[in-house]
Design a protein around this ligand. Structure first.
Ligand code: ADP
Length: 494
């Protein structure tokens, strides 16, 4: 493979290109009009404009992307995550065009892309599943009866679901019909497929997933777990590896189960098998994500394996260069997703202009990002600015390093989840490891950030007064240092 096209943008496009470059592979970027000056465009060896900003007119134009590949004599396409990464139809077209899709086969994507067909595929492997209906619900009365058998609360889920959409908790039988209608219409509008099914609602679940890697020669390894229980809107915001609560025995069982899930769909490449773990540490298969995950860096930090390089090697037909016994957990790693979101307003996106953007540095800190100072965060895409990742010899070192990194990271112009990340790191429940997917609901009140904001503003105002005295009012440097709203951080002025 001499040249690959990265069918993505932002931090993940850059991250993929860096590994490719280390392997001596040339890269082609694609971009939309709004991403003309984006770092991933500048970093690539060649770059091609696809069209207007809307994803449907640029990053989702599969046929056009394949045309670009032919024109630029590209050998393989890396889809990253999101966009076309889980489109079986795209993977198939790529294969048919004689190009290498750096990922699993179209058939594996198809099977795992639908939660019901995934459950069907793993059935022969004795994989623990959350109690629920085997297929889509057809009859409301029958579904009610099943729900009562399982026991409320139950969860209605969209088979084609993703990103937490089309999921409804039903507390009691009286609410069933209404919630089901809402779930069906949400699933139809979001995925064009209204199939829904029932699962028991696990009351205090932890989200734990296993990274797997499989070559084309039947070799499969797992690279341990990632704990992703700190979520908002059923979506991850803080992840870590390893989990604070898994015993080596459960890890081994989950790892083997994940490999069986991979086997059940003939999986090739890097994939993630998601589980929920109940209070008694019973685990149940949720779904498999057939691509690189946002949170893959924490696995790279503890395993020393570059997952993108491995994806490319597998796609080239190479055998895995290590066996399960060669893999060990080294220390601990935590990731905070830095979103342009306002945690005080229920995490609504807060896109805008990055007036000041300075990354934290130092031992054990990794920042995967796709922005530079003075750039705008476009409204058209996911509002993630970066992923802040720390590594330490143990969980405590990684945690303290994350607090320091959140403080050193300087972003002015938009609200971010950095404050929230620091709040999580300092919370007794996170410190103890005793938390579940309800962390935000149970422990977080927006005023908690407000309080720390106010304190910082107060001290900030004092420091500012001193600086003005020293340098004189109107100093340009001071004005640019002044954040919008309450973004002032006294530690940033040290
Ligand atoms: P999506 O594909 O939409 O992300 P998932 O099935 O991966 O949906 O679930 C997303 C999140 O929803 C999980 O991480 C967990 O927090 C919650 N969840 C899913 N299934 C259950 C369940 N049966 N009981 C309790 N929580 C669940």
């Amino acid at each position: 493979m001499q040249k690959i096209l990265v069918a993505n943008r932002g931090e993940i496009a850059l991250r993929i290109m860096k590994s490719a470059r280390e392997m001596g592979i040339r890269t082609v970027a694609i971009y939309s009009e709004v991403d003309r000056n984006a770092p991933h465009v500048k970093y690539a060896d060649e770059a091609v404009l696809l069209g207007p900003p809307a994803a449907a007119e640029s990053y989702l134009l599969g046929d056009k992307i394949i045309e670009v590949c032919k024109q630029y004599k590209v050998d393989g396409i890396h889809p990253g995550y999101g966009f076309l990464s889980e489109s079986a139809a795209f993977a198939k077209k790529v294969e048919e065009a004689g190009l290498v899709f750096i990922g699993p086969t179209a058939e594996s994507i198809r099977i795992m892309g639908d939660k019901l067909s995934a459950k069907e595929a793993v059935r022969q492997y004795d994989i623990p599943l959350v109690p629920g209906t085997e297929g889509a619900i057809q009859d409301v009365e029958e579904a009610k009866a099943i729900s009562e058998e399982i026991g409320f609360p139950i969860l209605i889920k969209a088979s084609a679901g993703g990103g937490g959409k089309g999921m409804r908790i039903v507390e009691q039988v009286e609410d069933f019909e209404e919630q089901m209608q809402l779930a069906v219409s949400e699933a139809t509008s979001a995925f064009g497929d209204g199939s829904v099914f029932i699962e028991k609602y696990v009351a205090s679940p932890r989200h734990i997933e296993i990274q797997v890697l499989c070559d084309k020669h039947g070799n499969r390894v797992h690279l341990f777990e990632r704990e992703c229980s700190v979520q908002r809107r059923h979506q991850k915001v803080v992840e870590e590896a390893p989990s604070a609560i898994l015993t080596p025995e459960i890890r081994e069982q989950m790892g083997q189960t994940a490999l069986d899930v991979a086997k059940s769909c003939g999986y090739i490449g890097a994939g993630t098998v998601e589980f929920i773990l109940d209070e008694k540490k019973n685990f149940f298969f949720l779904e498999m994500n057939t691509r690189l995950q946002v949170e893959h860096p924490v696995t790279e930090m503890i395993s020393g394996v570059d997952l993108v390089k491995e994806q490319i090697k597998v796609a080239r037909g190479e055998k895995l260069s290590f066996a399960q016994d060669d893999l060990k957990i080294h220390g601990h790693s935590i990731e905070v997703r830095v979103y342009a979101e306002n945690a005080m307003e229920n995490f609504v996106p807060d896109i805008g202009h990055l007036k000041v953007y300075q990354r934290p540095h130092g031992t054990g800190i990794r920042v995967d990002d796709g922005f530079e100072q003075d750039m705008d965060i476009p409204i058209y895409y996911d509002p993630m600015i970066s992923k802040l990742i720390t590594h330490g010899k143990d969980r405590e070192e990684a945690r303290l390093r994350m607090i320091r990194a959140c403080e050193d990271y300087r972003i002015v112009g938009v609200r971010t989840t950095l404050d929230f990340g620091k709040f999580v790191m300092e919370h007794p429940a996170f410190i103890s490891g005793n938390f579940d997917t309800h962390f935000v609901k149970k422990h977080f009140e927006p005023q908690m950030l407000e309080a720390s904001d106010e304190q910082e503003q107060e001290v900030g105002a004092l420091v500012l007064a001193q600086l003005l005295k020293k340098h004189g009012a109107g100093s340009k440097a001071l004005n640019t240092a002044l954040p919008r709203g309450s973004g002032w951080k006294v530690n940033r002025t040290k």
